[in-house]
Design a protein around this ligand. Structure first.
Ligand SMILES: NC(=O)c1ccc[n+]([C@@H]2O[C@H](COP(=O)([O-])OP(=O)(O)OC[C@H]3O[C@@H](n4cnc5c(N)ncnc54)[C@H](OP(=O)(O)O)[C@@H]3O)[C@@H](O)[C@H]2O)c1
Length: 315
């Protein structure tokens, strides 16, 4: 090989080595990025999330992060990134099959456990006193924690009264900071209360601009139970992200339909747990505490209530 050729070979090897280093760095950029965001954003955004006081005195962030349908590394990355931009409340469930990935995301973030508010739920198949206990232990193990902030009965089916008895015990032992229900109607709440020794702290139900759940809203208020909205955007169904009423209101405040929706939940005193895998949406959804909907804007959103679920396949 002549000198010219040798030089070319060395340059090519150099180039390949540098490219490999760059490619490897790029692979780890999302993690390095999280650390960087954490340093610059988390204190500011975290401190701006107000809390509600549950009926047992526990403070719960009024805005959190949903994880339904997030799996594997997408789930892990989204949870870690959500923590880095300021989310502290995470909602998962045995049914979502992602508790281990939520746990991995929390671990990846490096945040202290006590700074988080973690919710999980008992699925129908695990209902009943004995099974509920096993389901709880499994959830803790997968999440990599030794307590839950909030544990919910996912749906009022099966032996949910047996589950509640077990949850009351775990609560008294201090292994769950608050216990609650999900998808319970006022009548189902009354049925549970006929045997319950401890009142549920939260009822997590479908609530969004097209389904205000006024019966539950008034009933929960009367009973001192915190309402929490699942699908706070109706997963975008019925054109929520392009709805003209929300867009007209948003234009006045320089906010998106998503932000107007979340601000509406906030002004109703309802906890919301929007889900997103996009960092820009994570930040957008947090930025709802610097504007206020007027009474007439709240009324205009009231008029959007269709009083019907957008998820008939789940009822
Ligand atoms: N207890 C129950 O029975 C029950 C049932 C359902 C859900 N849940 C809980 O409630 C959480 C929230 O509900 P959900 O996940 O069904 O739906 P959701 O939060 O109403 O909507 C999620 C959808 O909104 C999009 N999105 C998020 N932010 C956006 C923004 N700023 N602009 C435009 N699009 C945006 C997301 O897409 P991108 O990812 O592209 O942003 C995603 O497709 C769940 O994750 C779960 O934790 C509980």
């Amino acid at each position: 090989m002549d000198t010219k050729n040798q030089e070319n070979q060395i340059k090519r090897r150099d180039f390949l080595q540098k490219s490999a280093v760059l490619a490897t760095s790029a692979m780890f950029l999302p993690f390095l990025g999280n650390k960087a965001y954490s340093a610059s954003n988390s204190i500011k955004t975290n401190s701006s999330i107000p809390t509600v006081k549950l009926n047992n005195g526990l403070l719960m962030p009024i805005l959190g992060f949903g994880t339904y349908s997030l799996r594997d590394d997408v789930c892990q990355r989204s949870v870690a990134e959500a923590i880095s931009v300021g989310y502290r409340l995470f909602d998962t469930a045995t049914r979502y099959g992602n508790e281990a990935f939520v746990g991995a995301g929390i671990k990846q973030s490096g945040i202290k456990r006590e700074e988080l508010f973690i919710t999980s739920k008992i699925w129908v198949d695990d209902s009943g006193y004995e099974k509920a206990k096993m389901a709880f232990e499994t959830s803790l193990k997968k999440l990599g924690t030794d307590y839950l902030d909030l544990y919910l009965i996912h749906r009022p089916r099966g032996d949910f009264k047996g589950s509640w008895r077990m949850m009351e015990e775990l609560y008294k032992e201090g292994r769950i900071k608050a216990i609650g229900i999900s998808n319970f109607t006022p009548a189902q709440y009354d049925d549970l209360m006929s045997v319950a020794k401890i009142k549920p702290a939260v009822n997590q139900i479908e609530t969004h601009a097209f389904f205000h759940e006024m019966d539950s809203y008034n009933d929960l208020k009367k009973n001192g139970v915190q309402m929490e909205a699942w699908a706070p955007f109706a997963e975008g169904r019925n054109g929520l992200f392009t709805n003209q009423t929300l867009a007209d209101i948003g234009k006045r405040h320089n906010k998106s339909n998503a932000q107007v929706s979340l601000r509406w939940h906030y002004q109703r005193g309802v906890v919301a747990i929007p889900r997103t895998v996009q960092r820009a949406h994570m930040i957008e959804n947090l930025n709802i505490f610097d504007f206020k909907l007027s009474n007439s804007e709240m009324k205009a959103i009231s008029a959007l209530d269709l009083n019907i679920s957008q998820f008939p396949e789940w009822t």
